[in-house]
Design a binder for this molecule. Structure first.
Ligand SMILES: [Zn+2]
Ligand SMILES: [Zn+2]
Length: 257
């Protein structure tokens, strides 16, 4: 069974979806699902608002639904000033998967269109990719690294290509392989046009540096979006030779299909 390893429900600030709707949709689509609610401890400081949820409540409310096909995870915003705190959180609770995200970079909100207006594209991407490598080293306890293309969605910059940032990306991928961190395929955007060419080059680069595993992630905030663009992602992974996996009890499991 294929698993969708990244989605949000009403416990995340930006979703009002119910877990029961997610489970109904998962059954219809014959998918395993993992909820990964948002926790970004630093977001208030970067000019945002608290992005948090009560993890005890999460387990209290959702544990009863847990099964072989519904697993429980978390999406943690990485920030070196909070590494100790997030390490504690992921150790304390019985998650199946811990996803690490770069929603911010050294106190900068990476979804701020205003910030990108003053940035040079090449300099930004180099800095961002080096930062991503540092964050994976710093928080190597994560299972998967989410949406490498997050800033691209808000910056208006060109889609990333492996060839254009080979030095930074090969360093990032080598660190991921060494620390056994999986590169997520985030499918919020359809794999067409420039996005497709970008993803193809990035995941090929990941493979060339020893990466063998990917997780599939709709990043759905409503039930109907779970499994979105999965057919295209499965084809991409197959073409490159990457294995599709999910995590259960913090251990990688290959999807059989
Ligand atoms: Zn995210
Ligand atoms: Zn997410």
């Amino acid at each position: 069974m294929i698993f969708d390893t990244h989605m949000h429900t009403e416990l995340s600030f930006d979703s009002s979806e119910q877990i029961t709707k997610i489970l109904e949709e998962a059954a219809v689509k014959n998918l395993g699902v993992i909820t990964t609610e948002h926790k970004d401890l630093n977001y208030l400081e970067v000019g945002g608002f608290p992005i948090d949820f009560d993890v005890d409540e999460y387990f209290r409310l959702y544990e009863k639904y847990r099964s072989d096909t519904y697993l429980m995870g978390i999406e943690l915003g990485l920030d070196r000033r909070y590494t100790d705190k997030i390490r504690e959180i992921q150790e304390k609770y019985d998650f199946d998967i811990v996803i690490g995200s770069l929603h911010t970079m050294d106190g900068i909100n990476l979804s701020s269109r205003k910030y990108f207006k003053s940035q040079n594209e090449k300099d930004f991407y180099r800095t961002y990719l080096r930062y991503a490598e540092e964050m994976v080293r710093d928080s190597s306890f994560i299972d998967a690294l989410a949406h490498f293309d997050y800033p691209t969605r808000y910056s208006g910059f060109s889609e990333l290509r492996y060839e254009a940032y080979e030095k930074e990306l090969s360093a990032l991928f080598k660190t991921m392989v060494r620390e056994d961190v999986t590169l997520e395929i985030n499918l919020k955007r359809p794999l067409i046009g420039e996005v497709y060419h970008s993803f193809r080059s990035i995941y090929k680069g990941y493979y060339e540096n020893g990466g063998r595993y990917v997780t599939l992630a709709s990043d759905a905030h409503v039930a109907e979006d779970i499994g979105r663009n999965f057919d295209e992602a499965i084809k991409l992974a197959d073409d490159i030779g990457l294995e599709i996996c999910y995590y259960k009890n913090r251990k990688r499991v290959l999807c059989d299909r």
